[in-house]
Design a binder for this molecule. Structure first.
Ligand SMILES: Nc1ncnc2c1ncn2[C@@H]1O[C@H](COP(=O)(O)OP(=O)(O)OP(=O)(O)O)[C@@H](O)[C@H]1O
Ligand SMILES: [Mg+2]
Length: 431
């Protein structure tokens, strides 16, 4: 800004800067025309804050550590400069994106493909739980971008002839803190040390680490009534899409069975399911064929399912940071959403830690306790069936060791589902 145009007051200067940010386009950031068109086609009218901060630096070739709230477009912030650079100097095995979970790897690949469809970008997803042979073939074709979880990538680096990352120009670690906490720490840190040079930190965060449009509540209840309160809430908020987080695979499976027995369209996603079932569950939920996704923390990071209205922390997260990621599955990209955290007599300290981390005191989610108690009988019957199903399922699995992933969905349990009298409670008028 030239000296004679200097604004009269610092406030004015800030306003001008803010206004400039408001009106910035992808083109202003240095993104090439065909990619600007791709953004347009995805309905990205203007870049988000982290994209405004990170894209120009990335285009200059700087190394970046990017921090921004959930659902704020971090994927685009790294995908656009990579595609831009790829267009300038086309090359095979150009970029590697590491992610902590398989589902996230597929999602990131879809984002690259959506942005890069008109330029013919080729991606390969290299994750566990899937046939290794077909992945070796995909790698032999030398894609432009590899999106991988660390374990399977290391497998291929060690065992797939002719595959290496020597030509690599870009390395991204999405959810880097999580990746660096995984068991592959040494391998991944080696990669990172080799890669990061004088990184710039792009931190875009407001006062709160959770997003503004997220309404957060807690519910203080005795542990033994958790299931009943869950059913009550699902009835109260009927018509919404829910992600419900549980602490273990077993409880995720059990709760899914319980809800199905009560007639809810619930589906599980956890690490003891085969990869095809995991993706099947996720896709049914994404396609709105199921309204409730029950998941462990395998689904707490990065997943972008815009229609999620409510996140329920059925089991409180033990790591406060997971709270922020879990509740960030709703209220994404400027939408609104709700989060409800169950706090039992055992969870008070963990809950206080969460409130401390987000710097907020949460309000109580209002409930009519007499109405909740009216549900207890039907819920306990459904619990009984769920336990039976879980046991049968466990025995079946023992018998079928050779195909452990075959039956880990709850869909097979439909037979029992309608045995619980009445099924799903009727929605009350006016709600
Ligand atoms: N410039 C933009 N304008 C509008 N929508 C955008 C823009 N950039 C990205 N989005 C959309 O915002 C949503 C969230 O983006 P993304 O998944 O990249 O968020 P994130 O910051 O990585 O979140 P998380 O921390 O949960 O991983 C996606 O549906 C994406 O398509
Ligand atoms: Mg992300």
């Amino acid at each position: 800004m030239a000296a004679d145009e200097e604004p009269d007051s610092p406030t004015e200067a800030l306003q001008t800067a803010a206004e400039e940010e408001e009106t910035k386009t992808f083109k202003d950031l240095g993104v090439t025309d065909v990619l600007c068109e791709a953004c347009d086609q995805l309905g990205w009218a203007k870049p988000t804050k982290i994209q405004i901060e990170a894209i120009p630096l990335a285009l200059q070739g700087r190394d970046i550590i990017g921090l921004a709230e959930t659902g704020s477009g971090k994927t685009g912030a790294f995908a656009l400069p990579i595609l831009n650079a790829l267009l300038e100097t086309p090359q095979r095995l150009f970029a590697l994106v590491l992610t902590p979970t398989r589902e996230l790897a597929f999602q990131i690949s879809e984002q690259f493909e959506a942005l890069g469809s008109s330029i013919g970008v080729q991606c390969a997803v290299i994750v566990g739980g899937i046939d290794s042979m077909s992945q070796s073939l995909a790698l032999a074709k030398k894609p432009h971008i590899v999106i991988a979880t660390p374990g399977r990538l290391i497998d291929h680096l060690e065992n797939t002839k002719g595959f290496n990352l020597r030509a690599l120009k870009y390395l991204v670690m999405d959810e880097a803190d999580r990746i660096l906490n995984m068991d592959f720490e040494t391998e991944v840190q080696k990669l990172q040390r080799a890669a990061l040079k004088n990184p710039v930190k792009c931190a875009v965060s407001s006062k709160y680490q959770t997003v503004e449009k997220l309404q957060q509540y807690y519910l203080f209840i005795p542990s033994k009534f958790k299931d009943t309160y869950l059913v009550y809430i699902l009835n109260e908020l009927a018509g919404n899409s829910f992600m419900i987080f549980c602490s273990t695979c077993n409880n995720t499976q059990r709760t899914a069975l319980l809800l199905r027995n009560l007639g809810f369209t619930a589906i599980p996603l956890h690490g003891q399911m085969s990869q095809s079932k995991r993706l099947g569950s996720l896709n049914k939920f994404k396609a709105k064929a199921r309204s409730i996704l029950l998941a462990t923390d395998v689904a707490s990071r990065g997943l972008d399912i815009p229609h999620v209205d409510v996140v329920v922390n059925f089991d409180i997260p033990t790591h406060s940071k997971d709270y922020i990621h879990r509740v960030g599955r709703t209220a994404r990209a400027g939408r609104s959403g709700k989060a409800i955290t169950f706090v039992t007599q055992y969870d008070v300290e963990l809950f206080q830690r969460i409130e401390h981390l987000i710097g907020k005191k949460l309000p109580v989610f209002p409930t009519q306790d007499e109405e909740v108690m009216m549900l207890t009988e039907r819920v306990s019957e459904a619990q009984r069936f769920a336990r039976m199903e879980l046991r049968e399922h466990g025995e079946k699995k023992k018998r079928k060791r050779e195909d452990p992933g075959d039956d880990d969905d709850t869909e097979g349990a439909i037979g029992v589902r309608n045995k619980v009298a009445g099924g799903k409670m009727k929605k009350r008028k006016g709600r």
